[in-house]
Write a protein that binds this ligand. Structure first.
Ligand code: HEC
Length: 162
């Protein structure tokens, strides 16, 4: 005699869990530089209407940057800064090293956004959604390079040539 055993196959769906976001956060915190230099860059920028939602740092606004004809003097200085302080992590092409490559950067980033990423790196990584998305992708937090606004402007001019 045969008994049909009641096949009782319960299938358990496995749910995908997060991709270790905790690790990313831990990394981000571990890499933060603790150099509190007294860089009082531009405390008196006329912010139209002083938006209350503005982040703590005095972010650079569009009207503080004029892009005229490419200034070769600035390009040269910007390239020198790049060679010393940025090259280790950024290529002049489109390929990523540690951070994204710079070629064509101005096609998808506003000049003031780039300037803020350079001068106010921490504020951007803490408040700007696009900077945060990049951090999630790169898994390394860009350290503040302590550039002045003027240095950053030189680098921006150099980026314009790429
Ligand atoms: C230790 C590596 C490192 C160094 C050095 C570094 N960066 Fe970065 N940078 C990054 C990473 C990583 C990102 C992406 C954001 C993140 O993960 O924090 C980034 C993002 C940027 C972006 C935004 C790029 C984009 O595609 O939108 C700019 C602009 C930038 N860096 C400028 C600079 C400048 C200028 C210097 C030199 C003065 C510099 N960085 C030095 C790692 C670095």
């Amino acid at each position: 005699m045969r008994f049909m055993s009641n096949s009782n196959s319960t299938r358990s769906l496995k749910t995908l869990k997060g991709f270790g976001l905790v690790t990313i956060l831990a990394l981000a915190m571990a890499c933060g530089g603790s150099d509190a230099s007294s860089d009082s860059a531009k405390t008196t920028s006329p912010v139209p209407g002083a938006t209350p939602a503005a982040p703590a740092a005095n972010l650079i606004t569009a009207d503080e940057i004029q892009l005229g004809e490419i200034d070769p003097g600035r390009v040269k200085k910007g390239e020198e800064i790049y060679d010393v302080k940025c090259q280790a992590c950024h290529s002049k092409g489109t390929n990523r090293v540690v951070g994204p490559g710079w070629k064509g950067l101005l096609d998808h980033r506003k000049p003031e956004w780039i300037m803020n990423m350079i001068v106010h790196t921490d504020a951007m990584l803490e408040t700007d959604p696009e900077a945060q998305a990049m951090l999630e992708e790169c898994l390394v937090r860009m350290p503040n390079q302590n550039l002045s606004v003027d240095d950053a402007r030189d680098v921006l001019e150099f980026i314009r040539t790429l």
